[in-house]
Every structure is written in C-alpha cells, then in structure tokens.
Design a protein around this ligand. Structure first.
Ligand SMILES: [Zn+2]
Length: 136
C-alpha cells in the first residue's frame, strides 16, 4: 500500500496544466513555458487561434476574388476570344459575386473591375445584366 501511494505522487515541481489548445487534456508540463500537451496541440492552437479570427474577413475577400478570377478564366478559355460577353446569371450560377474585385480600371466610359488575371465590366441590356470579360 505504501509503495502504491508513492507512485501516484507527482515528482515535478510544476503543477499539472490544462492544454491551452482547448482540448481539455490535463498534462504534466516538462518546462515552465510549456502550455500545450505537445507540438500537435501547439500547432492546432496556432492555426485556430486569434490570428485566424483576425484575418478571417481578409481571407474571405481574398478567396472571393480568387474564385471570381477562376470563374472568368473558365469562360474566357471556353470561348477563346479577346473579350467574352455573358449574362451575369450564368456566372452567378457558378458562384461569381461582382461585389468582390481588387481594383477598378476606368478608360472613358468603360469601367472594368479587375481581378488577378481577368477583368470584367457590367452592362445593362433591358432587364439583363451582361458581363464583359477580358484579360487585364
Ligand atoms: Zn490540446
């Protein structure tokens, strides 16, 4: 009985800690600056921590611009013309969202919204909105 009790005693001067990644696992830190169970838990906390929240909106916009660019690329390659004109509804069905672009290129009356590689202009034709696609 006496030996059993000795094994359960904690020889470390450091108190047990709850892993800071949010997993809830209690562990014995080996150093005073160890706040995570191991490097996997540290990496998880790093990748899902405040930095992620801070940049969430920026990442969302960047993804939306990239997605728009890929959608325009798809139709630009499909039609193999210098400029491609499509109904906005077709692009929207693919997930195109004209609210997201990275810049505006205005020449005279033409106002192109720039993405990474492609640019688009919106034109009204009756109740239809067309999208003119060109390479930047
Ligand atoms: Zn953890």
């Amino acid at each position: 009985m006496k030996q059993n009790r000795k094994k359960q005693e904690n020889p470390s001067p450091l108190a047990l800690r709850i892993c800071a990644c949010g997993c809830g696992i209690e562990f014995q830190p080996r150093r005073s600056d160890q706040f995570h169970l191991n490097s996997n838990h540290f990496n998880f906390a790093y990748n899902h921590g405040p930095r992620k929240v801070k940049y969430a909106m920026e990442n969302f916009v960047t993804k939306a611009i990239r997605k728009n660019d890929r959608i325009l690329e798809k139709y630009f390659r499909l039609f193999k013309q210098d400029t491609v004109t499509l109904n906005l509804v077709i692009l929207q069905a693919d997930g195109f969202d004209s609210r997201y672009y990275s810049g505006v290129d205005s020449k005279g009356q033409n106002k192109f919204f720039c993405l990474y590689t492609y640019a688009f202009m919106l034109t009204k034709e009756g109740s239809n909105t067309n999208v003119i696609i060109k390479r930047k």
